[in-house]
Design a protein around this ligand. Structure first.
Ligand SMILES: Cc1cc2nc3c(=O)[nH]c(=O)nc-3n(C[C@H](O)[C@H](O)[C@H](O)COP(=O)(O)O)c2cc1C
Length: 174
């Protein structure tokens, strides 16, 4: 798929069939993570955890629903896979790196026909719960910063006209 088509068609998917991406699709998506730009080239400040354990996904989903004050919510949208991106860096650079990595994975997901959604709120709930963090088995010093939900979906990526909410204002200083 052409890059500009992937950029245009990428959208946050919040409805999943329950079937995970196949190994070839996952390989392509995870490879794209390592192609992201990372501040000072510190790729060793990042760590990916591929979570497909249903019990752990349900526990993260429930912790996020509690944090949002809506026990009936499913902030992970029943996606079968969550890739948690963790960092051991201090400050804003950690979120900037993680965002670049997640964006790369979301574009690769479009290319692979796999649904994806950037998950920040539920990652915050996860990061606040020591038991959930321990279940990720992260290297020492790493903490979850952002995640991407992945899975097959009945939703089809298609060319889209961006709505008004997508407009980012700009000005020119010449
Ligand atoms: C930093 C960041 C955090 C986000 N967190 C969430 C989230 O927790 N849950 C969610 O459903 N969408 C989340 N999103 C997706 C945005 O809501 C979405 O990208 C935006 O509304 C534009 O829609 P689109 O992705 O379909 O173009 C997040 C996006 C970004 C960049």
């Amino acid at each position: 798929m052409e890059l500009l088509d992937a950029l245009n068609q990428r959208t946050s998917v919040r409805s999943y069939t329950g079937e995970p991406a196949n190994p070839r699709q996952m390989e392509a998506i995870l490879a794209a993570a390592s192609e992201a730009p990372v501040g000072m080239g510190r790729y060793d400040s990042l760590h990916l955890t591929i979570v497909s354990d249903r019990k752990l996904l349900a526990a993260i989903d429930a912790a996020a629903a509690r944090l949002f004050g809506d026990p009936s919510a499913h902030p992970l949208y029943n996606a079968p896979t969550l890739v948690v991106v963790s960092s051991n860096a201090e400050g804003n650079v950690a979120s900037a790196n993680v965002a670049a990595v997640i964006q790369n994975m979301s574009l690769a997901a479009v290319d692979q026909g796999v649904g994806s959604c950037y998950i920040y709120g539920a990652t915050r709930a996860l990061a606040q719960d020591p038991k959930l963090v321990a279940a990720l088995d992260l290297p020492d010093g790493f903490a979850p910063v952002g995640s991407i939900a992945l899975g097959l979906t009945d939703q089809r990526y298609a060319p889209r006209e961006l709505d008004a909410k997508h407009h980012i204002a700009s000005n020119v200083v010449a």
